[in-house]
Design a protein around this ligand. Structure first.
Ligand code: GLN
Length: 447
C-alpha cells in the first residue's frame, strides 16, 4: 500500500507540518533519528541522510570534523525530490562518513524504535528509524556496503539500493566512489518505486550516472546460496525457511546454488572501500571544510593533526589501513587482488542472475543490544556484513524487506537481481506485501 498515494489523496491542512514537527521533536530526542529537523512548507515529507548535501542546511556526514559545513547547493537527488513537490523534513543520523554497520560510530547513536536497548543498524541508522516511526515519509539514503539494507532490516522497513550509477552521486559526501549508491527507504515497495522514478537518471554533474532503461524481468526462479546461510543464526534460518516456502507458494522455483567467491567478498570490499575512503578523507584538514583550526602560525603538520583529532577512531583506522593497502610496496598483494576478486565475483553472480533472483537474510545475527554491538571487534563488525557486501561490491540492485518478527523485533530478507533489472525486485516485494502486514510501533503524523 503506497503511503504517498494515500497522502496525496487527502486534503492536507497547513497546520499538518508544524504539528508533525512538534510531535516528532520529543521522540527524536530519545531516538536520535534526525540531526536537524526542518519545517516543510508542503508536499510528502522526505528526509536526507546526513552525507547528502542540502542547500543551506548543515551537512556533515555524521562527523564532528564537518561541523558547521553548510553546502551552498543541493545534491541532485535532493533537487529532484524538491522539484517533484516533496517536502524536506531534515537530515538523518549516520555512522561517521558511512563507516559502520550498527550506527554506533557517531556522536549520539540512533536507537531502535522497536526496543530502545537495541541498535538501529548502520550506517543509515537515522533514515531507518525515521521511516519506522513516521506514517508519511520516505528517506533518501546511501549504501556503500550495506548501509541501506542493514538498518532497514533492523528497523522493519523496506530498503532499496539501486544499480550502481542509477542515481547521481553529485552532492554526496563520498565514502568510496566506486561503491557509493544513493537509494531509498520507505514503508512499502510502491513508495520506493515512486521515489526511485523521481531521482534516477543521468546528470551532467556525475559522469558515472546512467540513463539506462530499467526493467522488471521476472525470472520465476529464486536461488538460495550456500555461502549466504553458512554461519547464520539458527533462529534467523528457521524463519527464513518459512519465507522460502512462501516464495514457492508465490510461484517461484527455488534452487540451492553456490557462489564460491562470496567468501572473499568481505576482504575485497574492505580493501577497496578503505583505499578509496582514505583518499577521500585527505581533504578534511581543518582548512577548507567544517571544523576550523584558526592557528595559521602553526607548522602544517601540527595544524592538520589538531583538526584531524576530531575523526572517530573507526575513520582513523580506515585512513591507516586504506593508505597501507594502496602503498606501492603491497599494492599488488592487496588492492590489485581485491579488484580482481570484485570482477570475478561479478561474473559468478551474473551467471546466476541471468536465470533468477538471489534470496537471503540481510544479517547473519539477530539485532544486537547497544552494549553487545559496542563490544564487537572491528573484524567482527566487518564480518557481520557478509550478506550485504556481495551485491554492493558488484553494484547490483537489491532490496531488503521485513519478513518475520522474532520476539517483537523485525527480521529482514534481501532480494538481489541483475544490473538495471531494479523494478523486478520492487514488484516481488509488492507481491509479498499483499499477504504480509508490516508492523510499526509509531505512526507519527497520522492523518
Ligand atoms: N558496514 C559497511 C562499512 O562500514 C558498509 C557501510 C555503508 O554501506 N556505508 O563499510
Amino acid at each position: 500500500m503506497s503511503s504517498i498515494g494515500e497522502f496525496e489523496g487527502k486534503d492536507i491542512p497547513e497546520s499538518y507540518y508544524p504539528k508533525l514537527v512538534k510531535e516528532l521533536e520529543p521522540i527524536n530526542k530519545r531516538l536520535n533519528a534526525f540531526l536537524t529537523i526542518s519545517n516543510p512548507e508542503g508536499g510528502f515529507p522526505f528526509s536526507v541522510k546526513d552525507n547528502i548535501c542540502v542547500n543551506g542546511v548543515e551537512s556533515r556526514a555524521g562527523s564532528r570534523i564537518l561541523k558547521g559545513y553548510i553546502p551552498p547547493f543541493n545534491a541532485t537527488a535532493v533537487e529532484r525530490m524538491l522539484n517533484s513537490g516533496f517536502g524536506f523534513l531534515g537530515k538523518t543520523n549516520m555512522d561517521e562518513f558511512g563507516f559502520g554497520s550498527f550506527g554506533l560510530n557517531t556522536e549520539v547513536p540512533a536507537k531502535n524504535p522497536f526496543d530502545e536497548r537495541y541498535v538501529a543498524g548502520g550506517s543509515s541508522s537515522g533514515a531507518a528509524v525515521a521511516t519506522s516511526i513516521l506514517k508519511y515519509h520516505v528517506a533518501i539514503s546511501e549504501s556503500t556496503g550495506g548501509s541501506i539494507a542493514t538498518p532497514a532490516a533492523f528497523c522493519g522497513v523496506v530498503g532499496f539500493t539501486p544499480t550502481y550509477g542509477a542515481v547521481s552521486r553529485y552532492g554526496l559526501i563520498d565514502y568510496a566512489n566506486s561503491l557509493d549508491k544513493i537509494g531509498v527507504m520507505a514503508r512499502s515497495a510502491e513508495d520506493v518505486r515512486i521515489v526511485f522514478d523521481k531521482v534516477k537518471g543521468s546528470d551532467k554533474y556525475d559522469t558515472t550516472c546512467t540513463d539506462a532503461k530499467f526493467t522488471a524481468k521476472d525470472k520465476k526462479k529464486v536461488f538460495i546460496i550456500d555461502q549466504f546461510t553458512k554461519g547464520v543464526d539458527e533462529k534467523i534460518l528457521s524463519s527464513f525457511e518459512k519465507l522460502v516456502e512462501k516464495f514457492k507458494d508465490m510461484g517461484y522455483n527455488v534452487e540451492n546454488r553456490e557462489i564460491r567467491l562470496a567468501e572473499k567478498a568481505i576482504a575485497a570490499y574492505y580493501i577497496i572501500a578503505m583505499a578509496e575512503s582514505s583518499t577521500n578523507l585527505a581533504k578534511y584538514t581543518g582548512f577548507k571544510y567544517g571544523l576550523r583550526n584558526e592557528r595559521f602560525d602553526e607548522h602544517y603538520n601540527e595544524f592538520f593533526t589538531k583538526a584531524r583529532k576530531a575523526f572517530h577512531k573507526e575513520s582513523k583506522r580506515r585512513i591507516v589501513l586504506g593508505t597501507m593497502v594502496r602503498s606501492a610496496s603491497v599494492r599488488d598483494r592487496y588492492y590489485s587482488k581485491a579488484l580482481k576478486v570484485r570482477s570475478l565475483l561479478l561474473d559468478e553472480m551474473n551467471a546466476l542472475l541471468k536465470e533468477g533472483f538471489i534470496l537471503s537474510p540481510v544479517m547473519p545475527i539477530l539485532t544486537p543490544k547497544m552494549a553487545e554491538a559496542e563490544s564487537l571487534t572491528p573484524l567482527e563488525m566487518y564480518k557481520s556484513d557478509m550478506l550485504t557486501i556481495p551485491a554492493n561490491l558488484c553494484g547490483l540492485p537489491h532490496i531488503s524487506f521485513p519478513y518475520a518478527y522474532e520476539k517483537g523485533m523485525p527480521l529482514g530478507a534481501q532480494l538481489i537481481t541483475s544490473q538495471f533489472n531494479d523494478y523486478a525486485i520492487m514488484d516481488m516485494v509488492s507481491k509479498w506485501e499483499k499477504d504480509f502486514e508490516y508492523r510499526f510501533k509509531y505512526n507519527l503524523g497520522e492523518l
